[in-house]
Ligand binder design. Structure first.
Ligand code: 2NE
Length: 266
């Protein structure tokens, strides 16, 4: 497969998957999601690959979630479909692929990880962050939410109170703050980020592939019920995107004006 929105490389047992849309802070559109799924599947199917590094182009952003500029006039993103008949969001398929690929996925977060982009690193097995990276959820500010892995699994990592704070207040957190709350494994200087991810991937490659695979399955088993919650959440989100309330969030962001959700409380 040829990739346009991402760069996919395989080198000495390590696959590197890089989002390549720096002009929109590496926000994803439907095509990006489909390419990411294909690349993770390719890494999954290649027995020589023992670890995946998930990162992004540039210094500004890892990923800032769904591309608001590609969101349709009726609200829906171009990433429905792909999940069988009816309403859904294909991003759910990507989440499940990252969760279930039987090899560790290391997020190398090179800048903003916001909204759906934050969820992507949350789902990865390990996160190494540049000291300049910023983390946070933005959904409630822009008429969106991830009521699946993005909230339920986040709560497993940082605890219920902190996860609720992250989602209800939509603040941004530094890499060091995220390390403190267990959301990031390691913080390095920006110029050391890719080398640090490579070093950890190489350490994983020295280990027994079956032991690593079974450990990943074991870690996943405890939170596997979230997959079902995620299906419902993404289906409801696809419908919410068609609402006036969600549209107000998107439009305010695009028009660079304060959002007005007050009318939806009447
Ligand atoms: C990322 C952040 C915090 C950056 O703020 P700042 O002030 O440093 O920069 P600025 O000016 O806001 O953004 C820089 C450029 O990037 C674009 C902006 O429009 C701007 O472009 P220009 O005006 O210079 O041309 N940009 C940023 N985020 C974008 C996006 N998501 N789509 C398209 N263009 C984007 C700040 O920009 C921010 O908070 N961004 C909003 C992030 C956001 O709303 N993401 C979607 C959340 S919902 C989601 O991802 C999702 C989900 O919740 C569930 C399922 C699937 C998806």
């Amino acid at each position: 497969m040829t990739y346009e929105d991402i760069v996919f490389e395989k080198n000495n047992g390590i696959a590197t998957i890089k989002i390549n849309r720096p002009h929109v802070y590496n926000a994803f559109r439907g095509q990006t999601i489909r390419e990411l799924i294909a690349a993770f599947r390719e890494a999954w199917d290649d027995n020589r690959i023992g670890a995946v590094i998930f990162t992004a182009e540039g210094e500004k952003a890892f990923c800032v979630g769904g591309d608001q500029k590609e969101k349709g006039d009726e609200g829906g993103y171009d990433y429905g479909g792909g999940l069988g008949n009816g309403i859904g969001l294909e991003v759910e398929n990507l989440h499940n692929t990252i969760r279930n690929i039987p090899k560790p996925v290391i997020a190398a977060v090179n800048g903003y990880a916001i909204g759906g982009g934050h969820v992507l690193h949350v789902i990865c097995d390990l996160t190494i962050a540049a000291s300049t990276a910023k983390f946070g959820q933005s959904g409630p500010k822009v008429g969106s939410y991830d009521a699946g892995y993005g909230s339920a699994y986040l709560a497993r990592i940082v605890g219920e109170k902190k996860a609720r704070e992250i989602w209800y207040l939509c603040e941004q957190y530094t890499a060091d703050e995220c390390k403190e709350m267990g959301l990031v494994n390691r913080v390095v200087a920006p110029e050391e980020l890719q080398g640090a991810a490579q070093e950890w991937a190489e350490k994983i490659l020295e280990k027994s592939p079956t032991a690593i695979k079974m450990l990943k399955y074991s870690f996943n088993a405890d939170s596997a019920n979230i997959a079902g919650i995620s299906q419902l959440a993404m289906g409801s989100l696809a419908m919410f995107y068609d609402s006036k309330e969600s549209e107000e969030g998107k439009n305010a962001f695009l028009e660079k004006r304060p959002v007005d959700f007050h009318k939806f409380r009447q």
